[in-house]
Structure formats: structure tokens, C-alpha cells
Design a protein. Sequence first.
Lengths: 175, 966
Amino acid sequence: MLERRSALAVAHPFAWAALTLGEVRGFTLTQVAGFGNFAADVAATAGALPETSNQAVESNGRTIFRTGPHAFWFVGPENDDLAARLAGKAIVTPLSSSRTRISIEGRAAREVLRKGIPIDLHESVFTPGMFAQTGLHHTPVLLHCTAEQRFELYAMRTFALNVWEWLEDAALEFK
Amino acid sequence: MTFRRLPSGGRIDRNRPVGFTLDGKRYRGFAGDTLASALLANDVTLVGRSFKYHRPRGIMSAGVEEPNALFTLHDGARTEANMPGTIVDLIDGLTARTQNAWPSVELDVMGINQLAAPLFQSGFYYKTFMGPTKGAWMFYEPFIRRAAGLGAATEAADPDRYETRFDFCDVLVIGSGAAGLAAALSAAGGGGRVLLVEQDSALGGGLLSEPEQDGWLQARLGEIRNASNIQALTHTTAIGLYDDNMVVLVERHDHRQPDPAKGQARQVLTMLQAKAIVFATGAIERPLVFANNDRPGVMLASAVRTYLNRFGVAPTGRAVIATNNDTAYAAAFDLAAQGVEVIVADSRTEIPADLQRRNSIEILAGTSVVDVKGKNTLHAVLDGAEQRTITCDVVGMSGGWSPVVHLTSHGGIKPVYNAAIAGFVPGGFAKTHSGAGAVMGTFGLNAAIREGAAAGGGSIAIAAAGGEDRPYAIVPTWMPPRRKGKAFVDFQNDVTAKDIKNAHQEGYHSVEHLKRYTTLGMGTDQGKTSNIIALAEMAELRGLPIEQAGTTTFRPPYTGVSLGAIAGRTIGGHFRPTRRSPLHDWHAANGGVFIEAGLWQRAWYYRWAGDTPESAYVKEMGLVRRGVGISDVSTLGKIDVQGPDAAEFLNRVYVNGFAKLPVGKARYGVMLNDDGIVLDDGTTTRISETQFYMTTTTAQAGEVMSWLEFLLQTQWTDLKVQVASLTDEWAGMAISGPKARAALELAFPGVDVSDAKLPYMGCLDFSFDGVPIRLLRLSFSGELAYEVHLSADYAISLWEHFLKTGASLGLKPYGLEALASLRIEKGHVAGLELDHRNTLDDLGLGKMAGKEKDYVGKALRQRPMYQAPERWSLVGLELLEPEKRLRGGAILFAKDDKIEGHGRGYITSVTWSVELGKTIALALYNGGLKHVGEEIVCAFPLKNELTRAKIVSPHFIDPEGKRLHA
């Protein structure tokens, strides 16, 4: 009876020749943190963890981002029981509702993102698999390069529609 | 006729004629023209009136340094004032207007200012500030403003679009003259990402005016086009250099006639980070200072050459070239080649033999132009070895060259004087910076190419240009010859050599004082042609070498920047980010009216209750006091605090105890900054032995989160605690009113929400329809109330479920206005009281603080000043004059006080009390509740109001808390 509703329910995804803007729905985001060598316990359950904080790792159907010295984000399928399986082994915080996952794809994608994201997005520098915790329009975002011309932006849910509106406006010249 | 378009030649596209207007009159030019070149081609030489004296002025230069030829472009909302015609690309339909002249530049009544010139001499502004009487400035200002000035900006909103963006590169090359091209190609050979930026409409810099080097230029441009790792941008100015090799670039697209409706930007501002920077910014020619050197037709010699070679515009008959160096001879020979009669007045007594051997021009050694006479025709007065007056179409002057050191010194490295070139060159470079070409004082073409190639990394060889480099051979001349008539140093600000003498006489010796006293170097050109001359003159007056007189500080921007480019798209709805609750869409679709609260859009009130906030909130308050309402509290800060030391951590953060809070219980807590001032309050619930669910006020959510992280990462690194923000993860809704429990029972059948199971300050976690629900029995309103928290994705669905199941109870939504007013009746403090100025005791919360335990802010809250009995503290107020109003911010006075000064306190929050049927307020008042029962005066000077009120307890309703525990 209770239904999920996206923060972008009123937004209009579009696909132009140079740019596609959309939303990825139905995922589970689990933040896992801890103390000491908790990472070993987590890896035993969830698979190898990334060593660096700019390269995502794909493992067991999940994308794993190292978001801090002692923290990871696991982005898994809609019905992921990871949180339950890690209970007691680490500090687990479910965050699936807290982030909205916006996809930006096309040959104009990097240029649109350059209008707001102050990191080097050149295709020789920000390559597929890399991610960055950065900012867009004064809000914190995690930007993940999933292919040469495709990105996923994890925006804070309460800012997500505004980030979307900002992207729509930034993209206008590529319509 | 003094100028004409040559039948062939130049870099203009003669197949593409372009129409434009000046002051409504139609003219034609060609694509590739600037506004200035097209005007000269149409023999328009008088294009403006000067700033102070309204002297007739013409085009002096062919670049960004132009002091005179400023125009107002376009019409209506697109009006843009003070644009140098020398950098405006001619586009079809361009409308330009002359400035600072009425009724026209030809017949300007303000020219009378010249007669009143003594009034307008340097320091005039300052003297009117100081006297002769106290009101002098007030008296003069309107006259000065009317008489002197530049173009006027429009007040209409700019209809164009502007973008800002970020970019990165390995090597940034600024300037695309010979040195810049060589640097870019050389750098590209190293494989890095090279960005070459050029402010002009075409790459080439000075080479665009040198037809004999066109072969070299075209070959290099071809190589640049073919280099996949060079991006070359024209119409792009590096306006400033900042820390960490950040350079701000502004790219102008006017020539493309961008359409804002299609998202096309008129200007793009790029914040560029470069690993290395090559400054190949060139040099700007200086005028010579002589009487009436500002007459239309007196131009820089290099500009005469540019108009001739790049734009195919030449003087018709005779030209006088006045110089103190070799470079002006290039113009002389090129003019002579076009059949112009050329006389060179060279102030040097010895002139290189090779120049003299070319007999196409007449050379007068040891001779200077000392005056220019004539109104419509120029008569150049020559003095020195030869004394003649020559009637001519143009005087081309060259006082030498000033390297464009601006950007190189933005980082704080002052330029230094190089006597050999009579100019300032960069005083050094940061590790990743280098310079090449004229900016370094290297004026020879091949030397510049070699220097550019080296600066670019030297990874590939760059072909040499044809011919030999010839010396610059300047013998500097700064001071004007002694003549009657104004000899201008700063043309734009009408500063003459005499003004500099006056400044010296009055003691303004430092170059910085000279600038401010005379206004020299200010304005749109920022003294690009005048600064060096002025400080050389001042040095001479002081008897100092130029290097000791120094330069003024160069600051960004190098050239004018439109405010639009700086703002970018940070305008209108994108001025700042907007934050929306997970319930936003429901409010919007169901009669919610929004109000901005910080970045949040919050539901202020609902249409069901009324069409104005005044009528609606009272009805919504009544709903909560007598029935049951539902309100969106998702904006509250929510923080997950987990770890074995979580309880100890919270016990230190809050003034009151949290160590022994039982699992399943909530507690109200207050935290202080380490200075003893209240930071925030909120309710924190113990979920398990090692997990707490903290809530904060909406306003301080981010600050509290940062504060907790700061404490854990720097102060108590031994505590095993992790914090995570849940503000966006969890939605919250308050169910408040005497029928709140009934509403919960209807919404969650089968869940025991009885007082025994869920008492006041209790917490119940359960699953509803597979979704985890956290039910907290808390009250902000003072009524029986609950907060329901759940994953934000399900918020609207659950909200609608409540409204549906609670319909029989009359359950309806209430907004922020009612929420905030209910808490005033209850006497709860909120953001207006927690304003980072008040202590625990000020807010009446001193008794909460733990006596035994330690907590952040404990030591400093004991400071005597914070404990002074006469400090203000929280009181309630009741309005005694029902026909009047209490207002937030009103200043409070005792009944018999004189109404002046800061009073004894102020009103923080006001509302109509549904319960009491009167206006009430919360306030801070010296001595606080000691004064209960006293009548006071609330002064609101903005509306000239004095209102009587009575001090009461801030707990207006249910002081025993019976309703909370119902």
C-alpha cells in the first residue's frame, strides 16, 4: 500500500542527440563505516573493497565507492539485504532515499558538467570507473563516470529537483 | 577627407559588407572590421568628447588600450556603455552611439567646461569634499556628475545569457602573437593539453599588421589547427591570475549573435586551472606628450599601421610620424608604400643609417612634434633641429612600448624597470610561469619566437621568421615641451602633464597618491597608455630614477568585464539552490502555499484554512488545539550517531545527561558552542545501546553535523563513534492535537500506541506495510503529539494514508506559520531565540545543565558577564492595547524609561494566541522573569509605534504539561 516516490517525480527526462538526462530508480544505497580493521569483516561478506577514494569497484552486483578513510557506499539492486548481512560487523546506515541518482549521457555530457563541477573532467583524466565527491550548484554530489560519455550524479534528495533544473538549464544550448 | 578605404588589402572580407549605425546615421563596413576601423574607413574621425573638458576626441589606438573612442552599443535592455570601438567586432545591424556629448559630438555645449578648466583640475573632487564650506561637495556634485562622465548603463534586466564554467589544462598560453604561437606549438610537442587564448578576433597578435610575415603566420596557424592537443580560443581575454594557477577567462560571442532562448551564451567565463602558464601578452605603444596631443587624427603610430595593413584604411594625403624609437618607421614605410607623403619627426639626434638610406620618407632628426593646431585640419608644429608646421591628415606617435605586465603581477610580483627598453618588465615568475616576447621586453620578432619556443617547453623546433630583427633603439622622452595648451597623459581621465605637476607641488608624490589625486589610470582603460608616462614624469619631478618611483598595483580585471559574465546563470531561480521536502509535491498539489525558510521551500499554510496567512494560520492552530493536525517536519536535521562510545559522546555534546538515557526513550537536549553560547537544541532518541537518532533544528542542521564531525575528528579521536546525516533519508511528520492518538490508531491498526506502551518521550520502531516506521512521542505545540519518521521515498504515500484514515477525526494539514505560533504559546524557544547570542540562562534553560558532568561550553558559560543578573532572559509578553500590534524586533523599555538607545531587550517572536484570544510574544528582557506583572513599552521606530505590554511567564498554555502526558 505504501508506494515509493522519487524526488524527480515531476521532472521530465529527455534524450537529445547530444545529451540524455534521466534518473536511475530502484537501487539500494548502504553506507558502511567502522573502526579498526572492520573493512576485513565487510570484505568477507561483500567482496573486495576499493583502496582509493576516486576509483569505484564493481563487486557482487554492487558498485562500491570509498567515501572516506573509514567509510564506503554500496550501491546495489533494489532489494539488497546487505545492511542486514553486515549488521554487527560494521556501522551500517541505509541511505537509499537520501540520494537521487541522475544519469547524464552523450557527447555534451562533460561540457554540461563543467558548467558546475570544479574538477578536471577531461576524458583523459576522469575516466570510466572514476568518481569524485564534489559540489554542484552549492550542493554536495558524488559524480561517477560509468562510461566515456555517461555519468551518474548522486544528488542529495532534497536538492535533487533543483540540481535537475540546473542541469536542464545548463544543457539548453545542446537541445 | 582624411581617411579612406584602400581598394584592396587588409584582412577584411570585402565580399561580406556589413551595415551599422552611429548616432542613427547609416554606414557600411566589412566583416573583419572593428567598429573603429569601419568608422575610419568612413572618414569618421570625431567620435566622442572627453570626460571632463568635453574636448573633441578621435580614435587613438587599435586595441584594448583605447582611451577615447568609447561607445554605447545596442538599444533597450541590451544597451552596453563605454565599449572601446577598437575591440568591437563589426556585426550587421550594430547600433552605436557616441557618449558624453550633447546635442552631438560636433556641437557639444558642454565644451564650455574647457573654459572653466581651472575648476576641473586634479584634486577637484577632494577639494570640494574638504571645503571651501561644509556644503561644497553637496553643492558641486550634481553639476560635476552632469558635466563629466561616461556612458550610462541601462537599468533593464539583461536579456542575454551568460555562462560560467570550470576547465583545466597543462599549459595555458596567453596571447597569440609570434611568441605565443611558438610557445603553444612547442608546448603541444610535449603532448600536454595546451590552451591558447587570444583577446582579439583573430590569432596572430602584432603579426596581423605585418603583411610581410604572413607566410610565417599562416604556416603556424596551420600547425595549430592540426595539433589535436591545442585548443585555440579567440575573443577570449585572460582577465585575472589568482592563486593556484587559476586564470579567469572571458570569452565573448557577440560576433555569433547568440540567441538566449536557445541557450546560447553571449559571454562565457571560465575558471581555468593550468599546470603551467606562458605569458605572451605583448606590449602597448605609448603616446607622446605634447600640446593638444588629443586632437582627432593624432594616433599611435602602430595603430596607423594596423588600420593600414589589417583593415585597409589609410590617411589620404600626408602623415607626420613622431617618434623616439625605431619601431614607428615600420608605419612610415608602409604608409609611404601606399603613396602617403610621410614626414618623420624623430626626437633622437642620431638615427640608424639603414633607416635613413630608404628615401621614400622625409626624416627630421632631433625634431619633435610640440603642438597640434587647427580645428578641422591638423597642423603639426615641429620644433628642435627643424622648425616647421606641417598640415597633415594624421599624426602617428610613438613614445615607446610598455610591456603588458598586468597578469604577471596579479599574483603579487611587482614589475621592475628595464632602462634599456624604457619600460617595466615582469619582476620574476612563480615556478610554473614564464614569459616570452614583448612582455619580457624582447621586441625582435625572431628573438620572440625563440623565447616563446623555450617557454613552451622547447620540445619542438619552431621555424624562424623572415628578415633580421632590428633594434628598438629608444631614447625615452617623457615630459612635454614647454608650450601653451593641454598636453595629455591620461586621455580618458583628462589628466595633463600639468596636473601631475600640481600633484607633485601639493605633496602627492607616491604613485598611488598620484593616481588617486588625479584619477590617472582609472576608468575603463585603466591607464594602459598613461601609467608609465605619468610615473616617469613624477620620478623626474622628484629627481628620482624611475625604478625608485615604482608602479601602481595591477589588479584584475585586465579589461572590462560585464557583470553578466561574473553572475553567469546564478540569477533568478538559480541565484541559490532550492531545497524541497519529500512532501513538497503533495503540498504543491493540495493547496499548500510556500515560504522560503533558508534554502527550504516550506509549506507556510494551506488554502483549506484561508486565503491569507493571517486568516489561515489561526484556523490551523485551532485545529491542533482542539482536534488533530498533520504537519511536515522533514526539514529537521536528523543524524545517525552510532558506535560503542555514542552515549559518552552525546553526554559531552549536550549540557544535560545522555549517558543513562534508556533504550526506546527520547530526551530534549541543548548543546553549546565552546564559547558557552547556545548552538542548538533538539530531541535525541536511544535506538539501542550503541545507536542514537538525533534531531536538530532546521536552521542549524548542517552546522551541528559539522560540529559533531569536528569534535570526533580533532578533539576526541579516541571515541569510537560514527555520525551520518539522515536529514535527506528520513521524512518527518508531526501528528498533533487532542485526537492525535486516535489518528495513529486509525492509521496503524494493530500497533499499540497506548500511553502505557508509548508514553511521553517514548519511541516505537515498527514496520508498516514492509516499511520501517519510527514513532516518537514528542510535542513542539504543547499538545498530545507524535512525530512519525520514515524513509523519504514513502513520505507522500504515508501522509496520504494519514489524511484518509484520519478524515473522520477532521485531520487536516497545518503549515509552518501555525507550527511556529503553537510553539510560542507553549513557550518553546526556536531559531529566533537560538540566534548565537544567547546563553542557556538567557533562554531560561540553565537548570538543565548537568552539575557533575563535563560538557562543551561548560567553562565559558560560567563567565561573570554570562552570569550577570541583569542580563536579558526569556519572558512572555501580552499586548495591553488590542487595537495595536506587537512586532518582532521591537525594542523594550520600562514604563518610565526615556525611549532612546537600545532599551532593555527586544521581542523575538509574536503570534495571536488562539487559546488566550490575544496577541502574545516571546522576548528577551533585562532581568527576565523578575519583572513578571510589570507593564512595559514596546517601541518600533520603523513605524513610529509605541505599544504597551505586560511581562508574563513564557509558558502561556498548560504550564504543568498535562496535555503532553494525556
